[in-house]
Design a protein around this ligand. Structure first.
Ligand SMILES: N[C@@H](CCC(=O)N[C@@H](CS)C(=O)NCC(=O)O)C(=O)O
Length: 204
């Protein structure tokens, strides 16, 4: 089994933190995405979306999309971590927050970065003004997350879940957009401090 990735990239980090939480070690193959290695025929044959990360199982089956990869490990390795929730209600709440943080936060941050910097202009049309709009949308989402974290210790409830991994990766990625967690976001600040001390995060 192997994971094709670029370790510091946000999507690869989501999987790495998840696997560290689970205590699972998987061989990694580094892909030079900025150099376009993911555009090669060899990589495209493995990846359903042309992006990293990709999990390749021993029988050659491949799985793209970071959350799908995390779900595979959660289901295939019976565990008590409940990173996707345990009860029907918890599972729904984790899914809800995971989707909210991804669609209003991390995905928007990635769009802002790609369009403002033009980092992938060799493969897509970049619109700087759309990047700026995305950056503002991300800033507008932060008070929503802060309010949520004033209500519960973690994003989806009382325990650390995959939704926290997505939110933490998003908060870390924001520095690439010159967005800081200022004092108007005290609950995100405190939660970030807590999450940053987890071995799955601090030891990578
Ligand atoms: N929704 C996907 C996003 C994957 C993604 O955007 N990967 C980026 C790195 S973070 C990538 O491969 N970029 C290379 C490219 O766009 O050509 C996931 O969660 O796996």
């Amino acid at each position: 089994m192997k994971i094709y990735e670029l370790a510091p990239s946000p999507s690869a980090r989501r999987v790495s933190i998840f696997l560290a939480e689970m205590g699972i070690d998987v061989e990694r193959v580094s892909i030079d995405i900025r150099g376009g290695e993911n555009l090669s025929d060899a990589f495209q044959a493995k990846s359903q979306n042309g992006l990293i990360p990709v999990l390749e199982l021993d029988d050659g089956t491949t799985i793209s999309e970071s959350v799908a990869i995390c779900r595979y490990f959660d289901e295939a390795y019976p565990n008590e971590h409940s990173l996707f929730g345990h009860t029907p209600l918890e599972k729904a709440q984790v899914e809800m927050w995971q989707r909210i943080v991804e669609l209003k936060g991390l995905f928007v941050a990635m769009q802002a970065f790609r369009n403002i910097t033009g980092v992938y202009k060799d493969r897509e049309t970049c619109v700087e003004s759309w990047g700026e709009v995305s950056r503002q949308r991300l800033i507008a989402f932060l008070p929503i997350l802060d309010k949520r974290l004033s209500e519960s210790a973690f994003v989806a409830g009382d325990t650390f879940t995959v939704a926290d991994i997505t939110a933490y990766v998003m908060c870390n990625f924001m520095k690439n957009l010159n967005i800081n967690l200022d004092d108007s976001l005290p609950h995100i600040q405190a939660w970030c401090q807590t999450v940053s001390q987890r071995p799955s995060v601090s030891q990578q």
